[in-house]
Each structure stands twice: as C-alpha cells, then as structure tokens.
Design a protein around this ligand. Structure first.
Ligand code: ADP
Ligand code: ZN
Length: 215
C-alpha cells in the first residue's frame, strides 16, 4: 500500500517513515532527503536548491515532481511512503497522475497533527546521526554520553542548516499557505486520516498501523 505522511516540519514524518521501512519493508520517498542529496552534487541546480532550502522556502514543483517521477519509475518495494511530498496542490495532482501511470493507488494520506510550539521545540533541538539518520533531541533524546549512536554506533552527528528559528518561521508559513490545503484535498478524495503527532512514539506508530490496516 502507498501512503502519504502529511504534516508540518517537525511533525515526525521522517521518524515514522523510517519505522515503516524497517518493519514493513516499505520504501521511503522523502523529497527533503533527495534534495539534500542534490545540493551536495555541486551542480547549478544543487546550488539553487541549497539556497531555497536554507531560507525555508519550497523548491519548485517541477524539480520535486521530477525527482519523484524518477523514483516511481525505477524503485520497487512493498509500498511507498511519501514523506514531505506532495507539499502543494500541483504536486498532489502530479502524484495522482504518476501513480495512475504506474498502475498504483494511494491507500491513505495520514495527517500528523502537532501544535506550533511543539514544532519549534522539536526542530531547534534536533540532530541526526550522520551514518544512519537516527534522530536525536537535546532535551528528550540526547546523544548518548559516550558519543555513539544507539542505533549504529556512528560518532558523527549533524544539524540541518534550515533547523534554526528564522527559516523555521518561513517553513511554517509555507506549510500553512501551500501544504495545509492538501488536508481538504485528500479529505474530499476520501483518503484522509489524522493521527495525534504529539502522542508518544509507540502510540503514533499504532495509530498509523491502524489506519493502514483499515485502508
Ligand atoms: P521538514 O518537513 O522538516 O521541513 P524536509 O526534509 O521534508 O523537512 O524538507 C526540507 C526542505 O526541502 C523544505 O523546507 C523545502 O525547501 C524542500 N522540500 C522538501 N520537499 C519539498 C517539496 N515536496 N516541495 C518543495 N520543496 C520541498
Ligand atoms: Zn546511527
């Protein structure tokens, strides 16, 4: 089954997607990750993307749709998790077309609800393991005292260039203006489910599992 994880930055989309990859063999398609990879490529496109991302704005539909198209045509697995895509109505329409072309369907769009204050707290305290991507939080899940990732033993941790209060403000504005209309869009299609993104990790996992089992 293919699902979309919808929600503002910091809602926990990536964390839940990683869990589904490990436990259900699904394939995570994160346009954020793809774009972060593109920006390290040193190409002209990479430079433009880096600048837009660091300011917290959205990259053009054309670029992200191109990235998703390429994956849908080449990657096979037990269902896709769209994480951070679609983020605009144009992207949502494009996804519907691409899936239809591949003979695929969307099982559910799962909106993860979190209030803004929690988002700011989560994001400004966030770091990830440079090796495996495990997510840490200075307050709630600090990097272990021995400096080793609990998941893979890696010793390098990074903070995202756009995880600062200034670009977070822009990311939230972009979310409300351009992405939140997708909640109505998927509701109208009968595909919307909502989960409480502030519940503890296990409860969020269970809520998502329930949606998927009932879809
Ligand atoms: P978050 O959800 O925490 O903001 P992501 O990793 O999903 O993080 O996205 C980081 C940045 O990458 C966004 O702020 C935006 O600049 C860009 N980006 C990611 N996905 C898209 C998309 N579908 N459309 C446009 N821009 C995107
Ligand atoms: Zn790790």
């Amino acid at each position: 089954m293919n699902i979309i994880l919808l929600g503002p930055p910091g809602a926990g989309k990536g964390t839940q997607a990683r869990y589904l990859v490990e436990n259900r063999g699904m394939v995570q398609l994160s346009t954020g990750d793809m774009l972060r990879e593109a920006r390290t490529s040193g190409t002209e496109m990479g430079k433009i993307v880096a600048d837009v991302m660091d300011r917290g704005q959205l990259v053009t539909d054309e670029i992200v749709i191109g990235l998703i198209r390429e994956k849908l045509e080449t990657v096979k697995g037990a269902g896709f998790i769209f994480d951070g895509f679609p983020r605009t109505l144009g992207q949502a329409d494009a996804l519907a077309t691409l899936l239809a072309e591949e003979g695929q369907e969307l099982g559910a769009a799962i909106a993860m609800e979190v209030d803004d204050e929690a988002l700011v707290e989560r994001i400004t305290a966030r770091s990830t393991c440079g090796t495996c991507g495990e997510v840490y939080n200075d307050k709630t899940k600090p990097i272990p005292a021995d400096g080793k990732c609990t998941n893979c033993g890696g010793t390098e941790f990074k903070r995202r260039a756009d995880d600062n209060e200034e670009s977070l403000k822009t990311r939230l504005m972009e979310y409300y203006k351009k992405t939140s209309p997708l909640i109505g869009y998927y509701y109208a299609k009968g595909l919307l489910a909502t989960v409480d993104g502030l519940a503890d990790m296990a409860a969020v996992r269970a809520a998502i599992a329930k949606v998927m089992d009932e879809a």
